[in-house]
Ligand binder design. Structure first.
Ligand code: AMP
Length: 179
């Protein structure tokens, strides 16, 4: 994507200081989603990139990864898999724990998310990568469910957190905006 195209998308992402707690600058994508032209432009770019990939499924991380992931899956005519916070998925799940700044969190995938097939090729998507802990746990879940993550895609990459460095050991990583 050209710098001009990246700037067009970036202009529609709002930064909210001190949310959800002091010191955090929250990158708010709702202002991109409610701008029809900017949202469509982003989805068109993602469609162009991934339409040549040999994908079977797209997996999105709760909750903003669901928005981009489901829209892309529909465009590419692929199935969509939600990776959710612990306790949200109703059937039998696999769980992966990951460290936060203080404490830990857990994400889950349905054990039969890939419909009983093995070796399915999966694109993982989320809005933002910071430390990479959530994405790393999500890739591990995909692997535990006997599928293969062929790329992890993020709209925003918080460079200072260096999450992509760690994640690159597990899967190829594509980020649109490095900030
Ligand atoms: P991490 O596991 O540290 O890479 O955090 C990534 C997850 O937390 C993603 O699902 C993001 O949506 C969310 N997240 C982390 N930091 C921010 C931020 N500054 N603004 C918006 N979302 C964030």
């Amino acid at each position: 994507m050209t710098e001009k195209e990246k700037n067009f998308i970036l202009r529609h992402i709002r930064s909210i200081p001190d949310f959800p707690k002091p010191g955090i600058v929250f990158r708010d994508i709702t202002t991109l989603l409610n701008h029809a032209e900017a949202f469509e432009f982003l989805m068109q770019k993602l469609t162009e990139r991934y339409q040549t990939y040999p994908l079977d499924y797209i997996a999105g991380i709760e909750s903003r990864g669901f928005i981009f992931g489901a829209a892309l899956a529909s465009r590419l005519k692929k199935g969509f898999i939600p990776i959710r916070k612990k306790g949200k998925l109703p059937s039998t799940t696999i769980t992966e724990k990951y460290a936060l700044e203080y404490g830990f969190d857990e994400v889950e995938i349905h054990i039969d998310a890939f419909r009983g097939e093995e070796g399915c090729k999966v694109l993982l998507i989320d809005d933002l990568i910071a430390t990479g802990g959530t994405a790393e746990a999500a890739v591990k879940l995909i692997t535990s469910a006997k599928a293969k993550c062929i790329e992890a895609c993020f709209l925003l990459n918080l460079l200072e957190c260096q999450g992509t460095e760690k994640l690159k050991n597990l899967t190829p990583v594509y980020t649109i905006l490095d900030i």
